[in-house]
Design a protein around this ligand. Structure first.
Ligand code: MOS
Length: 737
């Protein structure tokens, strides 16, 4: 049971309620980072390097400085010296600050910023800057023999004797899979407005974590944390691109200080391809050895990705392989190659979305090698304990996801042989994949304020980049206090509010949700304390265990007609408000249990037999993500992730010229993302599994598991339709001709 008072009215948590901020968004009242008005605001435009490696010999800024409306031009020659953040395994660390020296380590590195009265003047003046470079040959290919290979981002995971056991396994498959660079492409380009008030900096920024941005900006600028305030009440998408404070945020801050006015800096779409991260390309080798009955004996998964020159971003590329299925012998290894590329970062389902494309494709290949149904193969390798630690799972309903999905999808009607389903000129195929993302939770705090009119204000610094965080937090408070959802308001994305982690890693529902839950409970205790010795109150002497709440009232369990409203309690005690600030943090559950978020993805594709044109015609996602706080917003998350997965599988690919390092399709015309016509009706089912081992709400998180497994399920469906195994994403029609 949840540790809150019983309800007199039906609970809000678990109901598919509309977004509490929906009206603000559709009526344009929600303000996004670039939309905050300031007096005398100036505009900044960035100039980027046109080489990938070398240094600036000379940079000519005189013409730009003399151009109409120009207020300042900053380059490495006159920019203030800044401090570096610690390395990026401190989640969300900033890449090195910009304009610190003449060195260039990737194409698109910021080399100047122009500040002018208007955006047009700044844009024009930026074209007048000329640069003379000392060029060096860039390292751009993962197989470049001159590039440094790093093997220390994560330790290899080893069990048993994988190589020896693989060599003598009765059935083996082995293949190499590749995935391309892919970009987040949020609808709104990243934007920052920086304004200084004496020595205090305020930033409106497209960040997924205002505390993180505040801390890192303060460090880089040599300020106290209290001298920086970061605001991000709404953001036009991010998908991971807002998890780190990027160099342009620093440029906005130093530009504003330089000109003594607020400065707005909005990245162009093209700049979004080099300066707000991306999902790194990968080359992965998977080898599986199994018994003839389909028991995995040995698994080897090696993956390589690029890492930028002055950064150490890493992701859990092979992480899921060590725990998703039982395999007594196993080795996973993650390698990175230092290249002259822009800085990558987390992108939806980071690690798993890429890594499980390889593993789940290989499992499909193994199923055909064994002539076992691919879903059955996965069930045969389910594991009741965490295969590496041997610990029990806090909850793991992967089997239930597969079984429920199989039933709903009609999997039993699937003929096993490829190319055996046809509808006119279309080949039809069904594919399946497992899905997993780690369960994450960090400490979080919240403030809950109950006003005399019976309304509630929740404040926490968490951002809501779209998943519906404000809505679930309001639902949690509504239940904990017994106040109608309509009376509850959330203020998010302000670093002056209590601390919350980044909105990333699917962790915010468990982290901030638990904080609001705990804080609302404290507030209820405060209300009860007020009436403990209150002769006028029917609740006098009642303990927490003796009461229930609902409809704005606290009532006695033994006789619910004996009740009193929060409003009445506050009024009688002459109080304008009651306020509680609370904190919730994970305990040792992640040390005692195997944890994770699981799912199963089912896909139907139709491939034109003559043209190779691929259409995804059905997708069913079955997700076990703990307690589903709001089936409507959770479903919406899963749908969004599924669209991302379809793009990942069939369309999205950032192309870099491998001689210059320039990205050649940095725009929405040449970088294809799914449009409505690419997306069939998407079905979503949840296997409910409130996991009270993990937190009092029993919630895990759905943001990332939503995308994971879609790409391999599509690749597997394409194989089933056509008999063609494509191991390199994206899968395009020319692969199938
Ligand atoms: Mo997510 S890639 O942690 O925003």
């Amino acid at each position: 049971m949840i540790q809150s008072a019983p309800q007199t009215s039906s609970p809000s948590v678990g109901q598919p309620v509309d977004r509490v901020d929906g009206l603000l968004k559709v009526t344009g009242q929600a303000r996004y980072p670039a939309e905050f008005p300031f007096e005398r605001m100036a505009h900044a435009v960035i100039v980027q390097s046109t080489i990938a490696r070398g240094s600036i010999k000379t940079i000519e800024t005189a013409a730009a400085e003399a151009a109409p409306g120009v207020l300042a031009v900053l380059t490495h020659l006159n920019a203030p010296r800044l401090h570096s953040s610690p390395p990026s395994f401190v989640v969300g660390a900033a890449p090195p600050p910009p304009l610190q020296d003449q060195h260039i380590s990737y194409h698109g590195q910021h080399i100047a910023v122009v500040v002018a009265e208007t955006l047009e003047q700044a844009t024009f003046a930026a074209t007048l800057i000329t640069v003379d470079y000392q060029e060096e040959t860039p390292l751009l290919r993962l197989d470049d023999p001159h590039a440094q290979v790093l093997d220390n981002a994560f330790p290899d995971v080893v069990r048993g004797e994988p190589e020896a056991v693989l060599a003598r396994a009765p059935v083996r498959v082995e293949a190499t899979y590749t995935t391309p660079t892919q970009h987040h492409n949020p609808l709104a380009p990243a934007a920052t407005i920086a304004s200084w008030d004496d020595e205090t900096l305020t930033l409106h920024d497209s960040t997924q974590g205002v505390y993180n941005t505040r801390a890192q900006l303060a460090m880089m600028l040599g300020l106290e944390i209290t001298q920086v305030r970061v605001l991000a009440p709404f953001i036009g998408g991010a998908f991971g691109s807002g998890l780190r404070p990027w160099p342009h945020v620093v440029l906005a801050a130093i530009s504003a200080r330089q000109v003594g006015r607020p400065v707005k800096l909005v990245l162009t779409r093209e700049q979004m391809y080099t300066t707000t991260g991306y999902r790194p390309r990968s080359v992965q080798r998977v080898a599986l050895g199994a018994t003839r009955k389909g028991q995995l004996l040995a698994t080897i998964h090696e993956g390589t990705e690029p890492v930028a020159m002055n950064d150490d971003f890493r992701e859990g590329l092979t992480r899921a392989t060590a725990l998703l299925y039982a395999s007594p012998h196993l080795r996973t290894a993650y390698r990175q190659v230092r290249l002259n590329v822009a800085v990558p970062t987390w992108m939806r389902g980071p690690g798993e979305s890429t890594g499980l494309f390889a593993l789940e494709s290989a499992l499909d290949e193994l199923a055909y090698a064994l002539d076992i149904d691919p879903l059955e193969l996965r069930l045969r390798n389910d594991t009741p304990v965490h295969p590496q630690s041997g610990q029990p799972w806090s909850s793991r309903k992967l089997r239930e996801c597969f079984e429920l999905g199989a039933q709903a999808f009609g999997w039993e009607r699937r003929p096993r042989a490829p190319r055996s389903l046809r509808d006119g000129h279309e080949l039809i195929g069904w594919g399946v994949s497992g899905s997993y993302y780690p369960y994450n939770r960090q400490p979080a705090e919240a403030r809950v304020r109950l006003l005399a009119d019976g309304s509630v204000l929740i404040q926490t610094s968490a951002t809501d980049i779209g998943p519906g965080t404000a809505t679930i937090l309001a639902q949690i408070a509504s239940d904990a206090l017994g106040l109608p959802l309509a009376r509850i308001r959330c203020e998010l994305g302000d670093s002056n509010s209590p601390v919350s982690p980044n909105q990333g890693g699917s962790m915010l529902a468990a982290s901030a949700g638990s904080a609001v839950h705990a804080t609302a409970a404290t507030l209820l205790e405060q209300a009860l304390a007020l009436v403990q010795e209150d002769e006028c109150s029917p609740l006098r002497g009642a303990s927490r265990k003796m009461i229930l709440t609902g409809d704005g009232y606290i009532a006695l369990k033994s006789d619910p007609t004996r009740r009193e409203s929060y409003t009445a309690i506050l009024q009688r005690h002459g109080l304008d408000l009651l306020e509680a600030t609370g904190r919730a943090a994970p305990g040792d559950e992640a040390q005692r249990f195997g944890t994770g978020i699981f799912g199963a993805k089912f896909v139907e594709v139709r491939v034109d037999a003559e043209l190779g044109r691929i259409r995804v015609s059905r997708v069913l996602s079955v997700i076990a993500a703990g307690r589903i706080l709001n089936p409507k917003t959770a479903r919406s998350q899963v749908i969004g992730g599924t669209v991302g997965g379809i793009g990942m599988a069939l369309l999205e690919q950032t192309r870099m010229d491998e001689t210059t390092g320039r990205i050649v399709n940095a725009n929405f015309a040449d970088y294809a993302i799914p449009v409505h016509a690419d997306i069939p009706p998407l079905e979503v089912l949840f296997v409910e599994e409130p996991d009270l081992e993990l937190n009092p709400l029993g919630v895990k998180g759905v943001g990332e598991v939503a995308i994971v497994g879609i790409a391999p399920a599509i690749a597997n469906a394409i194989y089933h339709a056509t008999g063609r195994r494509v191991r390199d994403l994206p899968i395009t029609m020319d692969n199938l001709l």
